[in-house]
Write a protein that binds this ligand. Structure first.
Ligand SMILES: [Cu+2]
Length: 114
């Protein structure tokens, strides 16, 4: 009888200490998964030039509030160079930027708008 009681106590301690700890680990995984979502920024502008070979576009774009950027004229790298084939100077475009590396933004999506 004495032996059975101590087994119950050990089991009770195990349940109270080990199981809640593993439940905490599971809760901590959830916000970490959320951080995998890539931050995107939307811009609008006019194409000045297209360099298919270099995979670059020169665009005069309006302010991009989510990046705290004013409007300016600048070169952009494009993630998928094949998207440059149907783009040309003078087109108005809407584009999506993603941060390819620290502080370096590239165009991930681009569409011609009216
Ligand atoms: Cu800019």
């Amino acid at each position: 009888m004495k032996y059975d009681t101590s087994v119950l106590i050990v089991f009770a301690l195990f349940t109270l200490t080990v199981l809640p700890a593993s439940a905490d680990d599971k809760r901590m995984d959830m916000p970490m998964d959320g951080k995998i979502i890539t931050e995107v920024h939307q811009g609008k502008g006019t194409i000045n030039s297209v360099n298919v070979k270099a995979g670059k576009l020169n665009i005069t774009h309006g302010p991009i509030a989510s990046l705290d950027w004013p409007g300016m004229t600048m070169d952009f790298d494009i993630q998928d160079k094949t998207k440059l084939a149907k783009l040309k100077a003078g087109q108005k475009v809407a584009f999506t930027l993603i941060e390819a590396s620290k502080g370096k933004y590239v165009i991930s999506e681009i569409t011609v708008v009216k």
